[in-house]
Design a binder for this molecule. Structure first.
Ligand code: ADP
Length: 191
């Protein structure tokens, strides 16, 4: 599999090209929408492959915790259904509206809250898609810098995760994340 890796503290960060539904990490993160009822892109692929059980869990979460929908930047966790991953963390990234509507902060919140949930559930490995850069239109060069920056900040303070993986769907997207990693993390990179 194409890709690259580096460490932040004790955590290995991997950038790979692939389909996130193939990942065998403890959790995969879903770029969900606030309804939590499924959708296109990663969301559709995850629900298709995981089966109906996680939709049932999402329904319960909506009814019990978020009747108005999950707000942008927040995250919730379900089982993994039929996926190899044991759990799915559903997080809502921001829709890109030109960059002046708090999009970078909301995107960082989505990553940070997903990482917090992984840690509080005792998980050791988690895989992320490129949140918000599909249907939500966030320019991927900017999103990749936000994503890698927040993950670095989080992992500098928290050493319970062994592995964080970014799964990029295309070779072009992988190259953009690799370029962002080079510029953001020079002091952290280890062979
Ligand atoms: P959003 O609505 O947050 O923009 P999307 O699912 O539309 O979410 O897209 C987010 C990113 O995920 C895009 O870069 C898209 O190419 C990518 N993507 C779509 N399907 C998959 C998949 N099965 N595995 C990994 N990445 C995927």
């Amino acid at each position: 599999m194409a890709g690259s890796e580096f460490h932040v503290g004790r955590t290995k960060v991997c950038l790979v090209q692939g389909d996130i539904t193939d990942m065998d990490t403890d959790a995969i993160v879903n770029a969900a929408n606030s309804t939590l009822m499924g959708g296109g892109g990663v969301d559709g692929a995850i629900h298709r492959r995981a089966g109906p059980r996680i939709l049932e869990e999402c329904r319960r979460i909506r009814a019990e915790e978020w009747p108005e929908g999950l707000p942008t930047g927040k995250a919730v966790i379900t089982s993994g259904g039929n996926l190899k991953a044991k759990r799915v963390i559903h997080s809502v990234g921001p829709v890109w509206r030109g960059g002046s509507q708090d999009e970078p902060k909301l995107l960082a919140d989505a990553y940070r809250n997903s990482l917090r949930l992984a840690v509080s559930n005792g998980l050791k490995s988690v895989a992320f898609p490129s949140i918000s850069t599909g249907a939500y239109g966030y320019p991927i060069e900017q999103a990749s810098r936000v994503a890698l920056n927040v993950i670095r900040e989080f992992l500098e303070r928290e050493d319970k995760l062994e592995r964080v993986v970014f799964v990029l769907f295309t070779k072009e997207d992988l190259e953009i994340y690799e370029k962002a990693a080079k510029h953001l993390c020079p002091s952290e990179r280890q062979p």
